[in-house]
Ligand binder design. Structure first.
Ligand SMILES: *Cc1c(COP(=O)(O)O)cnc(C)c1O
Length: 420
């Protein structure tokens, strides 16, 4: 029996007891034409703008205006080492050591750079294991890597599919396929959590199963970073990639993050594509021959990075540092539990949650399947001021990003869902 109640007053009482409630004040909440706040449930697609972002970007614009090139060394936040200002905070968000984390490029680019280094197929071990409903960009990336090495993607890619009649994967099935076919698998590359079902995977177990078979294990944490308490270092994964514009609220197309486990930090035998930003910082500008890598994941950097994008990430990460990912995760579990309770209260045969109910297997996103629905149902929800996400053929994805979603919003959303 749940102790929850299906009333607006009760939802408001949860908000007044929420230690993170004041963080909503730090964000711009989108409004309709009349200035009414919209109900924003799309933080898994594009996180909202912190009110501090504009000033952070302005600071860099002003320093560029006043100093030109001198800003590389004399800006308030010097541009030369700018990415280093983000490292510790980003490492805390994903549960890693600073030597394991760098902010650079964008997700799909980073995934390719990681596969250049960590997908090293041989004639008897060349396969890549991925979920059948992985995010399309990830599938294109693994297929093109296999083809680049001369393999037929149809043969080289092993897809993990749910059992017939099920939408989520079972860990026991993942384990079985790794144990049965592990000797053929060069790389396991799984999205954590799944962008469609919202299912989160146990990275530590998957990594252990993969490593026991001699496979390399990497994760796409686009939907996990800033959402789950990932503990990347302890997971033992070889690498991970993510973006900062979803739960990390750093603006459209902002830079991504990369994790490479510390055990690879000083290994100069790992092949990689290199550029000047990965070279020893003290001799970088001497422009001599011979690449001297910075220890750790920074050696994968190619170019000097876009500071305006990094300024937005800097502003956003300060909020995460204050709130703490483990506190955010606690609220995320509580608020998604409340959403599940309210949807159950609707008692509607047509509405079915496809995200796992067990909180250890999900983050802030709940995917709701509406039988026989079409996009007109979603349009009605949108017309009522809700910003969520529709996935063909019949799934509404909502994300209750704990920094700015209120229990009252959840109550209102389910009320509207029931009405339409
Ligand atoms: C959002 C997302 C991407 C986006 O990739 P970009 O390179 O940032 O455009 C890739 N993979 C997954 C799993 C995602 O959720």
């Amino acid at each position: 029996m749940s102790a929850h109640q299906n009333t607006k007053a009760y939802a408001q009482s949860l908000d007044s007891n929420d230690h993170l409630a004041m963080y909503r004040e730090l964000f711009h909440i989108p409004c309709d034409d009349k200035g009414n706040e919209l109900l924003y449930l799309c933080g898994n697609s594009l996180g909202l703008q912190p009110k501090t972002t504009r000033a952070a970007i302005d600071q860099e614009l002003r320093d560029w205006e006043k100093m030109g090139v001198e800003g590389h060394f004399h800006a308030k936040n010097p541009w030369m080492p700018y990415h280093e200002f983000l490292t510790k905070a980003m490492a805390d968000v994903v549960g890693a050591n600073p030597i394991e984390v760098v902010v650079m490029n964008t997700l799909s680019v980073n995934l390719h750079l990681m596969m250049v280094s960590f997908y090293r197929p041989t004639s008897d071990r060349y396969k890549i294991l991925i979920e059948s409903d992985a995010f399309p960009s990830d599938k294109y990336a693994v297929q093109s890597q296999a083809a680049f090495h001369g393999y037929d993607p149809a043969d080289a890619i092993i897809e993990l599919s749910p059992r017939t009649g099920e939408t989520c994967l079972r860990h026991e099935d993942i384990q079985k396929i790794i144990e049965d076919r592990g000797q053929e698998i060069a790389l396991i590359m799984i999205g954590n959590s799944n962008y469609y079902t919202g299912q989160a995977f146990d990275m530590k177990s998957i990594t252990a199963w993969g490593h026991a078979q001699g496979a390399v294990v990497g994760f796409d944490c686009a939907h996990g970073a800033g959402n789950l308490d990932l503990q990347l270092h302890d997971s033992g994964a070889d690498f991970a990639v993510w973006c900062s514009y979803k739960y990390i609220n750093s603006g459209p197309g902002s830079l991504g993050g990369v994790f490479v486990h510390e055990r690879h930090a000083y290994d100069q035998t790992i092949p990689k594509f290199t550029g000047w930003w990965g070279h020893n910082k003290s001799t970088r500008f001497k422009m001599r021959d011979g690449f001297e890598p910075i220890p750790g994941v920074e050696s994968w950097q190619l170019s000097n990075p876009p500071i305006l994008s990094m300024a937005a990430i800097y502003a956003s990460l300060k909020i995460f540092q204050e709130a703490g990912i483990s506190n955010l995760r606690k609220k995320s579990i509580a608020i998604t539990d409340y959403l599940i309770y309210l949807i159950d209260q609707l008692n509607n045969e047509a509405i079915h949650i496809i995200t796992p109910r067990n909180s250890s297997e999900r983050g802030s996103q709940i995917s709701i399947q509406v039988k026989d629905a079409n996009k007109s149902l979603f349009q009605k929800i949108t017309d009522k001021g809700i910003i969520a996400d529709w996935r063909e053929p019949d799934v509404i994805r909502v994300s209750l990003a704990p920094l700015y979603t209120r229990y009252e919003d959840v109550h209102r959303f389910v009320e509207i869902l029931g009405q339409v």
